[in-house]
Write a protein that binds this ligand. Structure first.
Ligand code: PNW
Length: 444
């Protein structure tokens, strides 16, 4: 049950970065000292959150941040990926909020003092509610509001941040939030999904311009989630279904950014489902990025279906995480090598990877062998992709600690550190100890 790398592993390269990741809404709590967000509102909706919980207190990271950062340092990581809460650093009238900025400034100071690189995500889904009241991501103006917020942050922090990611997983925001409605703000509709996606991509492009100006030496880019598509059978129709799903979910975000155009399927989509695109949008969206963050958890299997052309099938293996997601490390190798064939890729970071397990704290220990096995097999997959020629520069475990898992509340635990929400006590799981062991032995 060790995560130790072999002597030959390319992950021993001292320039390869290991880290842990979190996001603001999922850990911070302290709702009173920020603007309300779409997730605060969504949590009030009956049935929206599996355990009827919310993010009001979460891991109380705003209170316990010093010990949390110390814990991160003790793990021996090179980098910490976290997100800034838009509504903590900007007021409703658009003015900066000095207390909010000061919180992240102290965090950045402490990271610097401990020699940990800061990977900041500027938007991890916590849109201020007052912007949703004006249409949220369905309204183009939100993209300009985002650029204004990014201007405030990047002027304030500039190069104290090693890397800025504009957005985390715009597919989740657009598709889960505005198309099928299982995430905030809980809206439905095919055109809505594609319009939200377009405005998010526009927000990314505008923010890239701001970052280039205010913080040109940071590594600036975006984080996307990918589920490589597999066909349920070798039947031609299923193969076509998998390809179609891949264009909708994966290429829909990457191709505009790297090549300035939507996948060809846009031309065969009913007109009323297509996003409104204005002149100049695609060139804004396709400005060069310094890195692409890849979040990977599992693959998706598709089958032909008359209505939409494809439908998701249940996993083929019995090896599932607590999310019901298939453990499928080969999918990460296929994903990365396929992308590398298809595009000229910038530096790649695996910005999230991990497993939910129904952990139990017994006698002060959490024996999460399945999580260690998950990490082991996925680190092997990263090695294989590097050997196959993909330029991967780092790897972040999702997550540093158990936290608010969105529509599934606190029941799903992704942390390598266990959180007892009654006492806010943190306990290193066996997986954290294995990660620490690997990181320390790698430094010798
Ligand atoms: C990501 N899906 O979300 C997020 O970036 C994290 O905040 C989250 O905690 C983590 O993965 C685990 O879920 C996803 O339905 C949510 O395919 C849903 C999906 C993918 C990623």
């Amino acid at each position: 049950n060790s995560l130790k790398l072999s002597n030959m592993s390319p992950l021993n390269d001292p320039s390869f970065m290991f880290g842990v990741a979190t996001s603001s809404f999922q850990i911070e709590g302290a709702r009173g000292s920020r603007q309300d967000t779409i997730w605060d509102t969504f949590c009030l909706k009956k049935g929206a959150i599996a355990d009827s919980s919310n993010g009001d207190t979460a891991c109380e990271h705003v209170k316990y941040w010093q010990q949390d950062i110390q814990m991160i340092a003790n793990l021996g990581v090179d980098a910490y990926r976290f997100s800034i809460a838009w509504g903590r650093v900007v007021n409703q009238d658009g003015s900066p909020n000095p207390e909010g900025l000061a919180f992240y400034s102290r965090l950045l100071d402490k990271l610097e003092a401990l020699d940990i690189k800061a990977f900041v995500t500027l938007y991890h889904w916590d849109l201020p509610q007052h912007l949703e009241d004006k249409g949220g991501w369905l309204n183009r103006d939100t993209a300009f509001e985002f650029a204004h917020y990014v201007d405030i942050v990047s002027k304030e922090f500039a190069h104290r941040v090693y890397s800025y990611a504009t957005l985390n997983e715009p597919w989740c925001s657009a598709y889960l939030g505005y198309e099928v409605g299982i995430h905030a703000p809980g809206l439905k509709g095919k055109q809505r999904g594609k319009q939200a996606a377009h405005n998010l991509l526009l927000a990314h492009g505008l923010a890239m311009q701001v970052l280039r100006k205010n913080s040109p030496k940071s590594k600036n880019g975006i984080v996307l989630n990918f589920s490589p598509s597999y066909a349920a059978s070798s039947n031609e129709q299923d193969i076509a279904a998998a390809k179609l799903a891949d264009e909708h979910f994966n290429q829909w975000y990457l191709r505009p950014i790297l090549q300035g155009s939507y996948p060809d399927i846009i031309h065969s989509m009913p007109k009323e489902h297509r996003p409104q695109v204005e002149a100049g949008d695609m060139s804004l969206i396709s400005q060069p990025i310094d890195f692409l963050g890849v979040n990977y958890y599992s693959r998706a299997i598709y089958q032909h279906c008359e209505q939409d052309g494809f439908k998701v099938c249940s996993p083929q293996s019995m090896n599932l995480t607590d999310m019901g997601w298939e453990v499928y490390p080969q999918g990460l190798v296929k994903l990365l090598t396929d992308l590398n064939k298809r595009y000229t890729l910038p530096d790649i970071y695996i910005t999230e990877n991990g497993a939910a397990i129904d952990d139990k704290l017994i006698d002060g220990q959490v024996v999460d062998n399945a999580r260690i096995a998950y990490y082991k097999s996925h680190l092997d997959a990263v090695e294989q992709a590097i050997v196959a020629g993909v330029n991967i520069k780092g790897y972040f475990a999702w997550s540093l600690m158990d936290n608010f898992e969105w529509a599934l509340g606190y029941k799903k635990r992704f942390g390598i550190i266990y959180v007892d929400y009654q006492t806010q006590q943190r306990t290193l799981k066996q997986s954290a100890l294995a990660y620490q062991d690997m990181l320390l032995s790698r430094k010798i």
